[in-house]
Every structure is written in C-alpha cells, then in structure tokens.
Design a protein around this ligand. Structure first.
Ligand code: FES
Length: 150
C-alpha cells in the first residue's frame, strides 16, 4: 500500500516536470519575482495577477530540476483563487512538512502538495521543493527584487 502511494507520488512529480502547468508569462502581472537557488544555479520567475487580495492567476518561467519544476507547477495550480492570507498559510504548512517540522501530513490543508513530502528525508532537495514557495512569499510581501534560497 505504502509503496503504491510512493509510486503515485512519483508519477505526479514526473507528470508535472514533463508537462509543467502555467508555464507562461503573464504580461500584465501585478507581481513578478525571481527565485534563485545558488547551490545549483536554478532560477525561476513567478508571475501573479491579483484581484484585490485574491490571486487571480499565477504562472512561471525558468528552468530547474524535476522537483523544483514539479513544485512550482503544483503551487501555481493550487494558489489560484486563494487570498494572500490563505496562500501564506499554505506556504507555512508546506514549509513545515518539507523541513520535517510536522511529521503528520495535513492532507486536508495541502492536498496534492503531499507528493513532495518525501523531500524531508533528503536535506539537499528541500530547497528544490521550497524555492517556488520562498519566491511566492516574497511576491506576497510585494518584494519585487529577486529572492534566494540561501
Ligand atoms: Fe536546483 Fe533542485 S537542483 S532547484
């Protein structure tokens, strides 16, 4: 059963890496922030289109490893329609999950993002999974410069 679940999780990561969702530019984006992982040189640009304090649209550009690509692809899907506060709460839950601060998977809160929970056993990959989220955090704080995982 557990092995089946792990296979399913891996399949979701492969799928999002092969066919990233929301891989495009939002021309009239309200927020645009670049995220950078200096350990490997991977970078991405996150675009947000806001409607009041709600994220109307989210997209990204850039190249990264399979985990960072799958993570940003999943993130852009899940944050659409969320308020800034909801997205921040999701960031915190996701961060706690991937850094091992919470052992239990809060499936209701994170949904599909659970596929990335396995990175907590691989410290070098945690930054791959959280790069997109640190970039989102900066975008929500309206920091228009670039953000680094270091
Ligand atoms: Fe660069 Fe994963 S190896 S973000």
């Amino acid at each position: 059963m557990f092995e089946d679940l792990r296979d399913l999780y891996q399949e979701v990561i492969f799928d999002h890496n092969r066919n990233p969702r929301n891989f495009r530019v939002i021309d009239n984006a309200d927020r645009k922030v670049e995220g950078f992982n200096p350990l490997c040189g991977d970078r991405l640009t996150l675009f947000l289109k806001m409607s009041g304090d709600t994220i109307d649209d989210a997209s990204f550009q850039g190249s990264g490893c399979a985990i960072s690509t799958a993570s940003v692809s999943l993130m852009t899907e899940i944050i659409k329609g969320k308020t800034e506060a909801e997205a921040e709460a999701l960031f915190k839950t996701f961060h706690d999950m991937t850094t091992g601060k919470t052992e239990e998977l809060q499936l209701e809160a994170i949904g599909k993002l659970a596929v990335l929970a396995g990175v907590r056993d691989y410290p070098a990959r945690v930054k791959c999974a959280t790069l997109a989220w640190h970039t989102l955090d900066a975008a929500l704080k309206n920091e228009v410069a670039s953000v680094s995982t270091e």
